[in-house]
Design a protein around this ligand. Structure first.
Ligand SMILES: [Zn+2]
Length: 134
């Protein structure tokens, strides 16, 4: 994901996505998310934005646990969002986002479908299905 989009998510949801890398404690063991950030395409920005909005709102309004991203990546063509703490409702939100990622082009955010290209699974729209770069 482009740096500016990652920065935007970190700024909007600092409790979920953590401080900017410069503010890390160098002696603390880092999670994959802290090391690699968002390991997925720009097309899932809105999906992650909506997910984080709802996760944070659940914490603020109902006292649900504070979700902290441990790893956010693409796997088998779909989004995977790993966290240690989450209640049943928050886990259901994450599951829904992961399911929706299989219908949203990871490149551009248009409607897409899970496709297999040379053994690689990827969710893409018709324009990006042929491995097209913009
Ligand atoms: Zn696309």
């Amino acid at each position: 994901m482009r740096d500016e989009l990652q920065k935007s998510l970190r700024e909007r949801y600092p409790l979920i996505f953590g401080a900017a890398p410069a503010h890390r404690d160098p002696f603390k063991v880092l999670s994959p998310f802290q090391v690699w950030g968002f390991e997925c395409g720009d097309g899932w920005f809105d999906l992650l934005d909506a997910l984080a909005l709802n996760l944070q709102y659940a914490t603020k309004s109902t006292g649900a646990p504070q979700v902290v991203a441990a790893q956010v990546k693409e796997k088998f063509g779909c989004l995977r969002f790993y966290t240690d703490l989450a209640d049943a409702r928050q886990r259901a939100m994450i599951e829904l986002a992961e399911t929706m990622s299989g219908r949203i082009c990871e490149e551009c955010g248009n409607r897409g479908a899970l496709m297999s290209t040379n053994g690689w699974l990827m969710t893409c729209c018709p324009a990006h299905a042929a491995g097209g770069e913009e």
